[in-house]
Design a protein around this ligand. Sequence first.
Ligand code: SF4
Ligand code: SF4
Length: 430
Amino acid sequence: MKTRENKNGYWFYIESYAHLSIKKNDTLLYNPLTGKILTFIDNPLISQLMRRLALPQNMYTIHLTDRDLRQPDIRQFVQSVRDNFIGDLIDVSSCPIKPIQVHPIMKIQQDANILKKGTQRSIGEDIMAYLSDLWLYVNGNCTQDCSICRDAYRQFNFCTSSREKNLELSIADIKRIVEELPPGIPQNIHILGGNILSYAHLVNLLELIPADCRTSLYIHYLNADRHKEKIQHISKHNITLELLFSFPLIKEKAYRAIQALKEPGIDFRFSFSIRNTGEFEEANELIQLNPEIGATFHPLFDGTNIDFFSENIFVKAEEIERIKPSLKEVHSRGIVNPNYFGNLIIRPDGRVYADVNAPSLGKIQENSIFDILVKEVESGTSWRKVRKNVLPCKSCVFEKLCPPISNYNTAVGRFDLCSIRRQASQKKIK
Ligand code: SF4
Ligand code: SF4
């Protein structure tokens, strides 16, 4: 940084691509191009300077004098900003007119708040375009007895027979739903149960789904080595199949299930529900025996494994820096929750949810999909469940950088599944 005496001072500016967050005396700057995060915790001098930068009339550019820059905290702050390509100093002598930084104002296409104001059908019609993923729990029937049956589906996509054991969606109701959907909507249809292979209308259902929807089926490995005819039928459709695994693993059954899907050439991948490192290792053994098959792991909170969770789920600042969320993602996280936005879940009793842990929005026997979407946009809590509305995240500078709220937050019962707040308070200037 320049240290020679400069009577005119400097313009100090923040780049238009940077993200800035100020909460009381804490400040954060983020460079989405490099992923670098700078935090200045409990530093009133820096937060004051940042507030000046953020004033609309200043447009992220302020004047700093030599005297300002001689203050160690400001000098160190400006140096970090420059070193990380988040902003710079311009000598006023070489640029007498204040430079302008134009910062993007995010306008999420068809912002939910705009829609909320729309009362006429013509505006509301656009709501249908929001529906990206439809989750059909077609039945609750299953003869297995997995201990995780009540919990797993509340945390990630998994089968469950815990409620509505003897209920199933009628094919007439599903037909009505499909007929109401405009072409190309939703992009994805997910079919889950219970044991969907015991769903009497599975074949009809697959015929009903429009060819332009991507279809995924979810079948537990304990249920996959029977119903050969249905599995043959599935193989004729352009679908992907998630083969679900929970523990303890019955290896013989797992091998049989894998074989039953490989033989007819079904496109499938493994989806593991994992509670501890032992289960993770067992899952890996199965993957190594089938290296050509893709796999996803879903940590499962069972009330006793918070240490496993803190290792595998708790977000760390370094992870955010590695993932490098784009500026668009960062801003949109202040408006909608991508984990829920666009999703509708229909349970075997016909009740519809925007997320499995939220209250029902209606019943498909009584309400149209259109009405249900309007209800979520107007008064629902899931699609717009964002960190700026919940404690302690709303008072944390990472609020828009952290991954969106998920079902894990509900399962564990807290929003701050992170190691960041502790790290930040230990390290006041990073
Ligand atoms: S296979 Fe799935 S639906 Fe059946 S008991 Fe196990 S978790 Fe529940
Ligand atoms: S999870 Fe919440 S409290 Fe933790 S760092 Fe993220 S925003 Fe802050």
